[in-house]
Design a protein around this ligand. Structure first.
Ligand code: S3P
Length: 426
């Protein structure tokens, strides 16, 4: 257990940093290359524990996985998989469990997916239901893991999802890759489209039409993949620079895929001093540098189609909102209750402990700003990496120190977080 104490920042954050690899794209690179029966290299692979859960599973399924440089991994696939000996451990990673269930449902062997306490309590009905419509055979207790998947021949479906979820969409597309016919997935709003871009990059027969994606049974071909920096990790630095007086930072190599970049739109609407510098495209993904300076922020309403495009950034947006003039209201974000923790309840609890004026609602929260955060409290992160980092950012502007318990959970997505923050000596 790692408890850290964050004192109020003594000066602004100034300088240039490079944000490490995107978690969502790293998962997909490892899984999709595993389906090729060829060999390729992934550059800038995530060091986060979640992506290493995916790599371990891919290795257990018979791929040769080797690091040829610290963040560069070579994957030699032997596909179709021949089965494996033990149950497959997804750790804390919902993305691993949900995407792998789509892959494993169509194999010709039985597999079991399990994870840590948090993951074993997360809802899996969202993937089990559509997979069963495709003919999948999955045993579970009350739609929770462990999931015992008896691989079988799948058939295509045309599925209308109630949720805008990239994990559900990707699960069904991966099942569809191996199912007879054309599988179509439609969602109410567009969620992150990394799977669509990478499946296309690797040669799948995939078509996107507004909020619908169709895929045909296809073979994937290996190509080297370079992963951009994670905008969800960059969000903590953008928020910190906005609220700590006298800050001016450049964050390099950040993924700017519009289906992920809702935080930038929100910051612009709140009046932040934010500028996109050099921009280009790598392996189908937009990437760029972002300059953020200390800003006078205004409260806004955040709801509707933008929610899936910033779902993981809502905890740190709540921290930002405590330092914005007026009211910020977040609506339509009820799925935040199904993340690594109940991110609405836990966040509201902990921010109240340090003096924020924040109220829980069924599908989000309401924050009244601008408020002085007193700090002077010990806060919990509920085994949730994004809560830990959001509370750290709150500590930067709290009058008295904030003690954050179990800070080691940041390793799930961003083991470099503290080192990068400490580079600013703020
Ligand atoms: C993810 C999708 C999102 C996000 C999660 C990663 C992905 O979840 O919250 O951290 O990599 O596809 P949902 O698909 O459940 O919204």
């Amino acid at each position: 257990m790692l408890t850290i104490t964050r004192e109020k920042a003594q000066k602004g954050l100034k300088g240039i940093i490079e944000i490490p690899s995107d978690k969502s794209i790293s998962h997909r690179a490892a899984m999709f290359l595993a389906l090729t029966n060829e060999e390729a290299v992934i550059s800038n692979f995530s060091r986060g524990a979640d992506c290493h859960s995916t790599l371990n599973i891919v290795e257990k399924l018979g791929c040769e996985v080797g690091f040829i440089a610290p963040n560069t991994v070579k994957i030699k696939s032997h596909f179709p998989f021949k089965g494996y000996e033990n149950a497959l451990d997804c750790g804390n990673s919902g993305t691993t469990m949900r995407l792998m269930s789509g892959i494993l449902s169509g194999q010709n062997f039985e597999s079991t997916l399990f994870g840590d306490n948090s993951l074993m309590n997360r809802p899996m009905k969202r993937v089990i239901e559509p997979l069963e419509l495709m003919g999948a055979k999955i045993s579970h207790t009350d739609y929770k893991a462990p999931l015992v998947i008896s691989g079988t021949k799948l058939h295509a479906i045309d599925y209308n999802s109630r949720l805008a979820s990239a994990q559900v969409k990707s699960c069904i597309l991966l099942a569809g890759l191996n199912a007879e016919g054309t599988t179509t997935f439609t969602e109410p709003y567009k969620s992150r489209n990394h799977s669509e871009l990478m499946l296309d990059y690797l040669g799948a027969n995939i078509k996107v039409n507004s909020n619908s994606v169709s895929i045909e049974q296809s073979k994937l071909f290996a190509r080297d993949i370079t992963i951009p920096g994670d905008i969800s990790s960059a969000a903590f630095f953008m928020a910190a620079a906005c609220i700590v007086p006298d800050s001016d930072i450049v964050i390099k190599n950040v993924g700017l895929n519009p289906t992920r970049a809702g935080i930038i739109e929100v910051l612009q609407k709140m009046g932040a001093n934010i500028e996109i510098l050099a921009q280009n495209t790598i392996c189908g993904e937009e990437v760029g540098d972002i300059r953020v300076k200390h800003s006078e922020l205004q409260g806004i309403e955040i709801s509707g189609e933008i929610i899936p495009r910033l779902i993981d950034e809502l905890p740190v947006i709540a921290v930002l909102a405590t330092q914005a003039e007026g009211t910020t209201t977040v609506k339509d974000a009820q799925d935040l209750r199904n993340k690594e923790s109940d991110r609405i309840k836990c966040l509201v609890n902990e921010l109240q402990k340090i003096g924020a004026n924040i109220k829980e609602t069924e599908d989000g929260f309401i924050i009244k700003g601008k408020s002085k955060l007193n700090g002077g409290a010990s806060v919990e992160c509920y085994h949730d990496h994004r809560l830990a980092m959001s509370l750290y950012v709150a500590g930067l502007v709290s009058e008295n120190s904030v003690k954050i318990n179990d800070f080691q959970w940041v390793d799930i997505s961003f083991p470099e977080f503290l080192d990068l923050m400490q580079e600013f000596r703020a």
